[in-house]
Design a protein. Structure first.
Lengths: 932, 411
């Protein structure tokens, strides 16, 4: 028990560090919406600046002591200088990236971290200076064998004071209100005259200034080094997630909790290692906290997701055989001739090919599926380690180890997918980064798993007796890696083009709309991580077997972060982006520059950092996308002159007649359904039916509960009561399962999948009905085929000429039609339409009404329509239900509802009075002989 | 003045003038033979920059060239520096480049950290002699092409024996950073402890990603050792040493000399008492003929603008010495080369060379032709270790009263 107390007290120091860094990060996040991964680097820079001002002799022994500024002045100046750097970062980098995705902006802060480290190293070198304590530092004896350094108490006090000050400012000052307004609703705040840019800059300055203060106070304990404080980002992020990014006191509590418990666990690291062989168990604690918190707090319900948020563009998945094959042939020729004796170039090529495969895994999971995984290096290393273990301990042949290792990595990828089922975005990024961090310390530096200092003797890989080892035959291994890379690229393009890719992109764009289209969101995410894991593992295995001895210190969490940075720069939506990104990685082709230019290497981090920032600011969709735009015409010209390159065939609708059979008739029964949001009753005990061939309207004022009812019926919100399809309850079924049973809806906000063409949007609902076809398509893509129902919808809705265009390229009215056609493409027996004619002209509404009527009359669908356009509702509906405040008001035919006093009072009143006034005026004018 | 005196003075003046003219006109010896390359390798990253190793190699090479070149062919030596980023790939790439360079005859003082035995494999396959490598892998100790002359920078084995001898400690605890190399080194140290009457109380491991080393230090202190031995990355070593005064630990500490951060020791003042260091080389400030030569060469290299060659105490001069000693050994080995100087002839020469480090030098001569009594090591190398002690008053590293020990003295 005494040990727990003693180490708990030591944990005050670590906890205080987490809190001080975390508060600044929270402030920056609230003011600018950016997670500042570089917060630790700002702390480091502030500490070095303080030392330079106060004790320059600690950095340069040729300077005599006594030439520094007083402590208080040095602290102020260091904080101000760091804050100015924060201003520069915000103004010159992040504000130029307003339209980029949050992930891209997060990556920009990773590059800022690298830049700050490179600059600090250039200015102050890497020799460790001595940092004198600022606070009194004697050991305080608390009795009973328990003591604590006084500095830790001071740090805790600073953390508490900081929390109180920030809270007071946030809650009780105009500055705080303004920042809170921007944090909650940037556009709304701007409409009130608050400048979000100004708030962003201000919070960056204060946040980075706080980082400098943290660095200055903390480095007497940790001492200062260029990379030391940067490594803290993982537990600090864990504290922020644990606190829910809510308020400063929550961060104080979370940070202290994680710091104290982690330090207590450090006490037992050795005991656990002795018992299990697993080292650094304390590093698993932030991960454990994250898993528990996010699982408990997370929601499995699909969300609107990143509606309105700009995600990186995607490629179209075309695998250009006519260009790839000649390039591969040329490369192979070079490998076996020009480079055949140049081991350095061959080694760099192999690393480039292997890393390309690793980065392709990010294209699948981030680019296509929108799930941010910062653990790819950990997964790659795991694949390599498992394969190596098979070879070393079981004597497995190389190919067997390769396949089993990739499959095992796929399984590890699925493990990483589990948090993704209940969390997304930044939270998912944090948990995967934390897991990678823990795995590195627990596994990849643990000699129990990775062998001794010499590495694991994986030997010379061979394929059916033909040796291809990178030491003895580097040209063969390079060629083998190239072929595997091309196959991996082919697989990824097949994913993009096939149903799996469409499901992934649908989930990335809009989980809710995807689920409503029948996509199993959870299964899709798992599949994305599984494929991604296999690819990462493949890349890791190729790196592992490159030489006869394998080491695993390469697979640290920082490289995982860098991998995401590279692929964002290259283009996370484009397969070729992986090649661009891989070229710049350590050990890859770009390292040849450093090897041959002596002075270059020490400047490389700085040059790479500046170059990367430029790429990310000016090409938020990646270099490849920019190149594709700039050289698109040249590409077409070249392709036209290559006789073996066939032009891409656009899909065109079959011309033969389609006989549309009626859909399977099903009745929707809503039985005493209620929806509650906390204490608010949104829907109160509603019951009605929608039969095949009927169009039932649901009307009521705004806030009446119409959309809540629709969300409940389609499985997007919890409810009480029953929803039955043909008498069978679908309670407990998820949205995609209800879609499978023929219950499909559209959304108020249209919510198409913007990265896909109209054709692909229409294919999504019919994809899920194909069984294991998605897996087969990884190898052999299926030809584009639309179901007769879909074809009929396209013809009926006049969408033939729009099939190969994206939603951004068509009018709003056309988008509405596509949204309905997409719902119809799911072959629903029951169709729910949420304000389908909002924003359409009168003529368009009329035409649309006729369409809906045909769906009911000719196809036999049961249709429920929510609308505010009374002309539309009155014209097409067989029956109308009126609700208000979630409660049933009345129902009947359109005429009955029009004349119902209850309906008039609840909703129709203004229209009826206007119609009555018009009628009175007409009667008065008639009596006066005035014509209307 | 008498004429005899005038004549005498004239003779003296003439002779003096003749001598002066001879000195001016005699051309300085230069390397006149063909160019040969020697490669070296060290990490250069924002986290750690050990350019001092390269500076030392260049200092030694420049001195060789200035003295007429290398070997009978008076070859001009050009140093090729390869800078790594701590990754295994970069180290292996460096080794490959050295191996692929047709003009390269040796890999001198390469500082390898993470490449494992793959680096040695490249050198072996190319028949490239590796002189004064950092023997942190089994391959480096067993390879037919490796000729280490000093301990691994993370080797704390002799801290246990010599440190205990200096302080009278009967028990030891270790604080190490977790990676396979340091773990193996600590295990060896712990085994030595038992054989030399010192009780090993435990090995505390800190992950590489550690920021606050204090809890790990406390764990080690809680074991109540009489001697605390640390083998940590330079980033963590500073925190460890500065944390000791407040940890409640009152005993002596021992680290390897190349990892002891000078600025931190100066800053700690009196709190840095009872700090011992082990190393294979003497301090560059000690008075030995070999070191005089080294300091002169380093100064000349620094005068060319190479700041990494400065032997100021804050610039880790031990690393410069490490680099320089590689060229020293090279020169001695080349004297035994028969015929043209090639990789193969150099390798053969190394295998029959006894390297002598000069009079009075605490580094004992190394006879590369003799097998090592330890069957896990191919040949003899400098297993002699010097125990040093930090002088809080003079802020310098002094020689300890404990005489240098050779590993063969240990059971």
């Amino acid at each position: 028990m005494i040990d727990v107390i003693r180490y708990g007290l030591l944990g005050l120091g670590l906890g205080a560090i987490y809190v001080m860094l975390g508060q600044g990060m929270l402030l920056i996040y609230r003011g600018s919406g950016v997670i500042n991964i570089a917060q630790g680097a700002f702390a480091m820079f502030g500490a070095y600046t303080y030392l330079q001002l106060h004790a320059p002799e600690s950095l340069d022994p040729t300077i005599e002591p006594g030439h520094g500024l007083p402590i208080w002045l040095s602290i102020i100046l260091a904080v101000v200088i760091t804050a100015v750097i924060g201003l520069i970062v915000d103004r010159l980098i992040l504000q130029k990236m307003k339209k980029a995705s949050p992930l891209t902006r997060l990556i920009a802060t990773v590059i800022v971290l690298l830049l700050l480290q490179a600059i600090a190293s250039k200015i102050w070198g890497s020799t460790a200076p001595f940092v004198e304590p600022i606070f009194p530092n004697k050991l305080i004896d608390l009795g009973g064998g328990i003591s604590v350094p006084e500095t830790y108490i001071w740090l805790l006090a600073v953390a508490i004071v900081l929390t109180v000050v920030l809270t007071i400012i946030w809650r009780y000052t105009r500055v705080g209100w303004v920042t809170a307004a921007v944090a909650q609703n940037e556009r709304g705040a701007a409409a009130l005259g608050i400048s979000p840019n100004f708030v962003s800059t201000m919070t960056w300055m204060v946040g980075t200034g706080l980082a400098a203060l943290a660095g200055i106070f903390v480095t007497p304990i940790t001492q200062v080094s260029v990379s030391g404080l940067s490594l803290l980002i993982v537990p600090v992020l864990a504290a922020l997630v644990f606190a829910g990014f809510k308020n400063y006191f929550a961060v104080l509590g979370a940070g202290m909790f994680i710091g104290v418990v982690q330090t207590i666990l450090i006490r037992y690291n050795h005991d656990v290692q002795e018992a299990t062989g697993i080292a650094a168990i304390a590093n698993a604690f932030p991960v454990l906290v994250l898993i528990i918190v996010l699982w408990a707090r997370g929601s499995a319900l699909p969300v609107r997701g990143q509606a309105g948020e700009r995600l990186p563009d995607l490629g179209n998945g075309r695998f250009r055989w006519g260009i790839v094959i000649p390039l591969v042939v040329i490369l192979l020729a070079l490998i076996f001739t020009v480079f055949s004796t140049n081991n350095v170039v061959l080694g760099a090529l192999t690393v480039t090919f292997a890393l390309t495969i690793l980065l392709l895994s990010l294209i699948v999971v981030i680019g296509y599926n929108g799930q941010v995984s910062l653990a790819q290096y950990a997964i790659a290393g795991t694949g390599g380690l498992i394969a190596a273990q098979l070879t070393v301990h079981l004597g497995a042949p190389f190919l067997v180890s390769l396949i089993v290792g990739a499959v095992a990595a796929s399984a590890v990828g699925v493990l990483f997918a589990l948090p993704a089922l209940r969390t997304r975005g930044v939270n998912l990024a944090v948990i995967t980064l934390a897991a990678a961090w823990a795995v590195y310390d627990m596994v990849f530096t643990n000699d129990k798993f990775v062998g001794g200092s010499g590495g694991m003797p994986v030997g010379i890989p061979s394929i059916f007796g033909f040796e291809i080892g990178g030491s003895a035959h580097p040209e063969r291994y390079a060629a083998f890696s190239l072929i595997i890379m091309v196959l991996a690229m082919l697989l990824v393009t097949n994913v993009r083009k096939g149903r799996m890719g469409r499901s992934m992109i649908a989930v990335r764009s809009n989980e809710r709309a995807a689920a409503a289209s029948g996509v199993n969101v959870q299964q899709t995410k798992i599949m994305a991580f599984a494929i991604s894991g296999a690819l990462a593992g493949l890349g890791g295995i190729l790196l592992t077997y490159q030489y006869e001895l394998a080491v695993f210190t390469y697979y640290d969490s920082f490289n995982s972060l860098l991998a995401v940075a590279w692929i964002i720069i290259g283009g996370v939506g484009f397969v070729v982006g992986a090649i661009f990104a891989a070229v710049g990685a350590p050990g890859a082709l770009s390292s040849l520059i450093g090897l041959n230019w002596d002075g270059f290497v020490s400047w490389l981090p700085l040059i790479a950092g500046v170059g990367s920032l430029g790429a990310v600011i000016f090409n938020p969709h990646g270099i490849v996308q920019d190149l594709a735009m700039r050289f698109g015409k040249l590409d077409k010209k070249i392709s036209a002159n290559l006789p073996w390159v066939k032009p891409v065939k656009q899909y065109s609708l079959p011309t033969d007649a389609i006989e549309v059979t009626r859909v399977e008739p099903k009745t929707l029964t809503i039985d005493h359904l209620s929806v509650r949001y906390g204490g608010v009753v949104a829907v109160n005990d509603l019951s009605f039916e929608v039969k095949p061939g009927q169009v039932i309207g649901l009307i009521g004022p705004n806030g009446a509960g119409k959309t809540s009812l629709m969300d409940a019926v389609t499985g997007f919100t919890p409810y009480s009561g029953k929803v039955l399809i043909d008498g069978k309850s679908v309670n407990g079924k998820q949205a995609h399962q209800r879609a499978d049973r023929g219950l499909v809806r559209s959304f108020q906000g249209v919510e198409l999948f913007p990265e896909m063409t109209v054709l692909e949007n229409l294919q999504v609902p019919q994809d899920h009905q194909g069984g294991f076809g998605g897996l087969v398509e990884l190898i052999k893509p299926a030809k584009t085929k639309l179901h007769p129902v879909t074809i009929a919808a396209v013809r009926d809705f006049g969408l033939e000429d729009l099939l190969n265009r994206t939603p951004d390229d068509i009018s709003f009215g056309q988008r509405r039609l596509v949204a309905i056609a997409r719902a119809v493409a799911a072959r629903p027996s029951i169709l729910l339409l949420d304000e389908p004619v909002a924003g359409l002209s009168e003529h368009e509404s009329e035409e649309f009404g006729q369409l809906v009527r045909r769906l009911a009359d000719n196809w036999g669908m049961a249709i429920l329509v929510i609308e505010h356009d009374m002309n539309f509702v009155m014209t097409i509906c067989d029956e109308i239900n009126v609700i208000d405040f979630g409660t049933y008001v009345t129902s009947g035919t359109p005429q009955e509802v029009r004349e119902s006093p209850a309906a008039i009072a609840a909703y129709l009143g203004d229209d009826t009075e206007e119609q009555g006034a018009d009628a009175d005026e007409a009667a008065a004018n008639e009596s006066k002989g005035v014509k209307n | 003045m008498k004429k005899s005196v005038q004549r005498g003075l004239a003779v003296v003046a003439t002779v003096g003038l003749a001598v002066a003219l001879a000195a001016c006109s005699t051309p300085k010896p230069v390397a006149t033979g063909s160019e040969l390359h020697i490669w070296t390798m060290f990490p250069v990253t924002p986290m750690a920059d050990v350019s001092q190793v390269g500076a030392g190699v260049k200092a030694g090479a420049a001195a060789i060239n200035a003295a007429g070149g290398l070997g009978k062919g008076n070859h001009k030596i050009v140093v090729k520096e390869c800078k790594t980023d701590f990754s295994p790939q970069s180290e292996i790439q460096c080794a490959q480049q050295a191996a692929d360079d047709t003009l390269s005859i040796a890999f001198v003082s390469p500082l390898q950290i993470s490449g494992g035995d793959a680096v040695d494999k490249v050198a072996q396959d190319a028949g490239l002699p590796v002189i004064n490598s950092n023997p942190n892998t089994p391959g480096a100790l067993q390879s037919p092409v490796q000729f280490p002359i000093a301990q691994d920078v993370f080797n704390i084995a002799m801290c246990t024996v010599m440190g205990a001898k200096a302080t009278g400690a009967k028990s030891v605890a270790y604080g190490i950073v977790t990676n396979p190399g340091t773990v193996a080194s600590a295990d060896r140290a712990a085994a030595l402890a038992g054989k030399n009457g010192v009780t090993n109380l435990g090995i505390v491991q800190a992950p590489l990603s550690t920021t606050d080393i204090a809890p790990f230090l406390q764990q080690a202190v809680d074991l109540k050792p009489e001697l605390l031995v640390a083998s940590l990355s330079p980033m963590l070593m500073a925190g460890w040493l500065s944390g000791i005064p407040n940890s409640g630990y009152k005993g002596a500490s021992c680290v390897t000399d190349e990892l002891a951060p000078y600025q931190v020791l100066v800053g700690l003042g009196a709190a840095a008492k009872d700090l011992y260091m082990v190393g294979s080389y003497p301090e560059t400030t000690w008075d030995y003929p070999l070191l005089k030569q080294f300091n002169a060469d380093a100064k000349a290299e620094a005068a060319t603008g190479d700041k990494a060659a400065s032997t100021a105490p804050g610039n880790n001069p031990q690393s410069i010495l490490r680099g320089w000693l590689g060229t020293y050994v090279l020169q001695q080995a080349v004297a035994n080369v028969d015929g043209d100087l090639t990789r193969a002839s150099l390798l053969a020469a190394l295998n029959k060379t006894t390297v002598n480090f000069g009079e009075g030098n605490p580094i004992v001569p190394i006879d590369f032709s003799k097998p090592n009594p330890d069957p896990t090591i191919a040949r003899l190398f400098n297993t002699s270790t010097i125990l040093k002690v930090w002088n809080v008053d003079t802020k310098s590293i002094d020689k300890s009263k404990v005489e240098p020990m050779d590993a063969s003295q240990l059971k």
